[in-house]
Design a protein around this ligand. Structure first.
Ligand SMILES: Nc1nc2c(ncn2[C@@H]2O[C@H](COP(=O)(O)OP(=O)(O)OP(=O)(O)O)[C@@H](O)[C@H]2O)c(=O)[nH]1
Ligand SMILES: [Mg+2]
Length: 326
């Protein structure tokens, strides 16, 4: 045992032991390597950890290749990625069809969708990627689906309002918990260590059917405090605008329009930033030159008055127009 390993090393080692995915194991090992002092006594341990990382990297590569082949490796496009998940037959594919150009298979029987389906949904002047997924609890795809869901910007739990809602929501939440995905909350102490906190909302679909209003009330009384909720009929095209608004709000984003000095603002192609972003963060997202050389900016919208000069720490708001000066 090499001497003088600091306590942080053993904490990272504990994380390594607890980790289930190769990516997490690699991260813990890299931390251990960074913490470990370099001298003769640690040479061997160094080599052992490096070897482990190399092996795990190969494993991660193989997993990724499998996911790609099966259509579960979904590259993110647009201003946000929203995954439609839930029990079988609740209308996830119908929603994708209603809101995008995609033409997924829709059928009366459960377990129709076997691999994810993608489409782009227009929300005012931005595009959101919608992803239709196979039903949760479909065991052939569980691992691949879990991995895909962990990187979603928003998980939309879709349930059928003609049926009792609680069981459906709980089944979906349990499926997500099995994938170690938990609802994102403001209170981080609520989260299980090693879990993947994600933003979530609940969609009650088929609100055109009998009993749907009774079930909607039930759903609201039980979950309104925990999740944003929306009632729709994908088949009849009802509530789709509200659904879009709920997605936009829950994604927690703002749109910022840029303007070059002396010309008009480009109001067609906003930058999309996380809510609460500062001018400096906007500059960073735009281009590294802007970030490095930013002197100040002029803002229309969130300033006290239009055309106000603001500093790097200024918090931007949805719809702001920004003119960067470098
Ligand atoms: N009445 C009504 N039926 C709907 C609505 N949305 C979907 N359906 C019907 O519900 C059935 C299932 O729809 P799908 O979109 O295939 O459901 P899914 O959740 O993708 O199903 P899986 O892929 O098996 O998980 C089909 O018969 C649809 O026509 C709706 O808003 N109202
Ligand atoms: Mg489907």
């Amino acid at each position: 045992m090499p001497a003088n390993l600091p306590p942080q090393y053993f904490e990272a080692e504990k994380r390594f032991r607890a980790a289930k995915e190769p990516e997490e194991k690699i991260a813990a090992l890299e931390e251990m390597l960074a913490i470990m002092p370099h001298h003769k006594g640690t040479d061997r341990l160094h080599a052992v950890l490096r070897q482990k990382i190399a092996k795990l990297s190969q494993e991660a590569e193989r997993k990724l290749a499998t996911a790609r082949r099966a259509g579960f490796y979904i590259s993110r496009e647009g201003a946000g990625q929203v995954m439609l998940v839930g029990p079988a037959n609740t209308g996830k594919s119908q929603i994708l069809a209603a809101l995008t150009e995609a033409m997924p298979e829709i059928a009366e029987y459960p377990f129709t969708t076997k691999t994810p389906g993608l489409g782009m949904m227009k929300l005012e002047d931005i595009q959101i990627q919608l992803v239709d997924t196979p039903p949760m609890g479909y065991k052939e795809v569980r691992v691949l689906l879990s991995n895909a869901l962990r990187s979603a910007d928003l998980i939309a739990i879709v349930i059928d309002l003609s049926l009792e809602p609680t069981n459906q929501v709980e089944a979906a939440l349990q499926g997500l918990r099995d994938a170690r995905i938990e609802p994102l909350t403001d209170d981080e102490t609520q989260l299980t260590p090693g879990s993947y906190p994600r933003r979530m909302l609940i969609v009650g679909n088929k609100n055109d059917l009998t009993d749907s209003s009774k079930n909607w009330e039930r759903l609201r009384s039980q979950y309104a405090k925990l999740f944003p909720l929306v009632s729709i009929s994908a088949r009849e095209g009802r509530g789709l605008e509200e659904f879009g608004r709920a997605i936009y709000q829950t994604l927690n984003i703002i749109r910022v329009y840029t303007k070059t000095p002396g010309s008009k603002a480009d109001l067609t192609d906003p930058m999309v930033l996380e809510k609460g972003s500062t001018l400096e963060q906007a500059a960073e997202a735009l281009h590294k030159d802007f970030y490095q050389n930013l002197k100040y900016a002029v803002v229309w919208g969130s300033g006290k008055y239009d055309g106000q000069r603001v500093s790097k720490g200024h918090v931007l708001r949805d719809g702001d127009i920004v003119e960067f000066h470098i």
